[in-house]
Design a protein around this ligand. Sequence first.
Ligand SMILES: [Ca+2]
Ligand SMILES: [Ca+2]
Ligand SMILES: [Ca+2]
Length: 406
Amino acid sequence: MKKISIFAAAALAASFSLTSCSNDKYHFDPNFQTEVVKSKYNEAFTALFGTPDATQNWGFQKITPHTIKLDATRATNPNGNQWADFINVPEHVSADEAQYVYDYFKNLTATEGNVTLNFSDFFVQQVWKGTDAYTAGNDATVVGGNQMDYLFAGEDHVYNFNNAINNTWDGMMLIQNGSTDKFSYHNSLDSKVHDKYIAMAIDVPGHGVGYYVAFDYIADGQNPNQKCAADGVYTDWIVKIVPGVYKNSHRIMCEDLGTTDDFDFNDVVFDVAYTEEWWPEHNIYAIITLQAAGGTMPLYVEGKEVHEAMGAPVSAMINTGAGVTRPVVQWKQKVASTNPDDIEIKVVNETSEGAITYTLTAETGKVPYKICVPSSVAWTAEKQSIEAKYPNFKQWVANKSLPFWN
Ligand SMILES: [Ca+2]
Ligand SMILES: [Ca+2]
Ligand SMILES: [Ca+2]
């Protein structure tokens, strides 16, 4: 406390001398300004929640990675009987969800709201096999869905999806080390691969927001019987894409120190899981999933500006109820440690004295700028104090063996 007061006094003295000096005499010291910002925050935090337990490590610790022994040439993991050992297996797509999503795409104006999906590890689930008929160049009737024989996510063949359907493992497949930057299908009529699809985030009543990829059928082979014009209706095949949540996932919730009036701990929220892979070489990976960005300062997780990564301007709050809504963004990277504390988080803060950059830390026994919780713990709404959502937060600050989320 004494140290904090000294910093606060120094901050006052600095701003006083600034007003009485000409600018050319004033030397902007980013390190000093960083201490000013942190000390103001520390003081406000301690005033609200008390002095932290000296052994409080804010939930950060080493996480045991999940071992993956996959063939390097494929991303599909067809061992459905093992998925539940390491990853949350999504619920089956129910008939009412499938019908709602079908109706949604059926009535869609094709130019509306395409979303970009950025997932590395995800499930693909069957939603709808279309029965729409097309007339080929030789006047034959072709049912598009019957000709759509393979599904691709990025460059990877998603096994067991044929004839616009999947009947194995509850109609789903797991992709690890994959990509969602493009989806396509192979058409057995013209023997070509087509990527005529639209991806949408749809809020399905009773099920919440899901990500769906819908295809329009097209055939453009050489012969008349291999030609069908697309009709612009994306109902010939629909699948659902569910980002993978590993069982060792933890959630990191952060304060950017921009203001000290809310302590909503949602200025960035991301999940981290770890895998240990042995093929083609031994590496440890972090799978990072950006969930929300409830701050308006440039904020970098492992060098990626989070607003930009989620497809919004820095001025926009994302997925905290106050600004815009975006799909989660997931990537995988090599790491040396499996403690989420080592995932680097940097903030650029434009103070009235000038821009400063600092790292968000959570030192044991000190006021935290980030906390680590189970990935099932929901983040706050914008400007909602973490104590308003979790009344036991203060109790956890004083005693790490009393988690606020229980
Ligand atoms: Ca169609
Ligand atoms: Ca905040
Ligand atoms: Ca916030």
